[in-house]
Design a protein around this ligand. Structure first.
Ligand SMILES: [Zn+2]
Length: 222
């Protein structure tokens, strides 16, 4: 019997030399899955998809940085071939298009290979609700690390896929030409903290945390 209250499963797969946390999320009843932020190492991600016997419904991107999005195009191609039907890439806010379309150039600058640009099937914006895996994923625009950065909140399981906005004890870097520190802090305060203390935060790098812990201890939020 299908139990709609059953929590979704999540496996965090560190990808790329930058050890970015790609999340594989799936419904154990239907074996349907999402991949969030496949920055690279798509062979490793595919191996985990196969190991859990999953069908990927969509690929989600929190923002346009190469360590989050550089493997999306290759993964889309491989999954589409494996599953026999197109797998959509759901992008961040369109303001990150300039990053998604220049991944090769940026990767070359860092001496990274195998990362390629990607054109999402659709962009998202603040307030969008994505029906995926029999749940709803709420899109919140939290710019500052990049102009088009979004986070994905799943209210039933109380999980936030935070990308590079909020980390355990810190926030995303904003020292890029397009970065904006005060805007990021403001976004975390007004969009993420109100989601509730019990929310599990899965960041793009490092260990998981909770809204409660960051509200209490994160030096950027005091
Ligand atoms: Zn980033």
């Amino acid at each position: 019997m299908s139990d709609p209250k059953r929590r979704l499963d999540v496996e965090v797969i560190p990808v790329t030399p930058l050890r970015q946390n790609c999340s594989l999320v799936w419904n154990g009843e239907t074996r349907r899955a999402l991949v969030i932020d496949p920055g690279g190492d798509e062979d490793v991600i595919l191996e985990r998809v196969a190991a859990h016997d999953l069908t990927v419904e969509a690929i989600l991107l929190t923002h346009g940085h190469l360590d989050h999005a550089g493997g999306a195009q290759a993964l889309r191609d491989a999954l589409t071939k494996r599953q026999g039907a197109p797998v959509p890439v759901i992008g961040p806010d369109k303001r990150d298009e300039f990053l998604l379309s220049s991944i090769e150039e940026n990767a070359a600058r860092f001496g990274l290979s195998g990362m390629i640009s990607v054109a999402p099937d659709r962009y998202t914006q603040d307030g969008d609700v994505l029906p995926l895996l029999g749940r709803t994923y709420e899109v919140l625009h939290v710019p500052g690390h990049t102009p088009g950065h979004v986070v994905f909140f799943e209210p039933q399981d109380r999980v936030l896929f935070a990308g590079d906005t909020l980390f355990r004890g810190t926030i995303g870097r904003t020292d890029f030409p397009y970065g904006d520190g005060p805007t990021l802090v403001q976004g975390v305060r007004t969009k993420i903290l109100p989601l509730g203390d019990d929310v599990l935060v899965l960041p793009g790098h490092g260990a998981p945390t909770t809204v409660r812990a960051e509200r209490a201890e994160n030096p950027f939020l005091q």
